[in-house]
Design a protein around this ligand. Structure first.
Ligand SMILES: [Zn+2]
Length: 245
């Protein structure tokens, strides 16, 4: 069987530095939104394209990812899929997501991975057939999420798991933090040419008003300082250093 047509994925900027992701499957006409922190911008972006949102997918409970859930559902009748482990903090989940579950849009089937660290119930949605992963606030371009709930052990394992995806997998993270992350990476690894090159590239892109997300697994393996950590202890030291940077 031929693989389905590629997904169309649109970045909707929101708040200071969030990206809300609108996901459209041209073959079926289905549309989903990932982490609608703000409903108005999501609904406007879908309407402008003639797309009807049928699903809302949450990676974790933080309000900048879930604040628009209710309004999007009210406006569209969309079905809400969100982490089962965060059901006490995310209202009205239709499909609670756990490790090993699948999520669908048209013919595309995504795998649900539990990637704790930033929050304890955080999930990533991995669409291997489309080469796409929605990673929320777990991995960022040249960075990773803060450890609000989870342990360094958990986040280290979650990042290493994502880094083992095929190199050409596009990583859709939820914030434009890349320039600040690149500056920290260059500070932590001052002799690293790949990091220095990417810092220059990212600075030029931001100067030109361009988004630096999505990133790719290969690019993160090459330049993400948190993937360099050979042990949980090294990871924890780097994360603490970044928090203070
Ligand atoms: Zn978050």
């Amino acid at each position: 069987m031929a693989s389905p047509a590629p997904l169309e994925i649109v970045a909707i900027p929101a708040f200071a530095d969030n990206y809300l992701w609108l996901v459209h499957d041209p073959a079926s006409g289905e549309t989903a939104v990932v982490d609608p922190g703000d409903a108005g911008s999501v609904l406007a972006a879908a309407e402008a394209r003639g797309w009807r949102i049928g699903q809302v997918w949450n990676t974790h409970w933080h309000p900048d990812h879930t604040g628009g859930n209710a309004a999007v559902v009210a406006a569209t009748g969309a079905m809400l899929s969100a982490p089962a482990a965060e059901a006490t903090r995310i209202a009205n989940i239709d499909a609670p997501l756990k490790e090993g579950d699948t999520i669908r849009i048209g013919e595309h089937v995504g795998q649900v991975w539990e990637v704790p660290g930033h929050t304890l119930g955080h999930v990533a949605l991995i669409f291997a057939d489309a080469g796409v992963a929605f990673v929320g606030d777990t991995m960022f371009a040249m960075g990773c999420g803060r450890l609000f709930e989870g342990s360094p052990e958990q986040m280290h394992a979650s990042l290493q798991r994502l880094a083992a995806l095929p190199g050409d997998t596009a990583l859709y993270c939820a914030h434009e933090y890349t320039l600040a992350n690149a500056r920290f990476a260059a500070h932590a690894f001052p002799a690293d040419a790949a990091i220095a090159d990417r810092l220059a590239t990212v600075a030029a892109m931001r100067e030109a008003g361009q988004a630096t997300v999505p990133t790719s697994v290969a690019l993160e393996r090459a330049t993400n300082p948190f993937l360099r950590a050979a042990s949980v202890e090294q990871f924890a030291q780097l994360r603490t250093a970044k928090d203070r940077f």
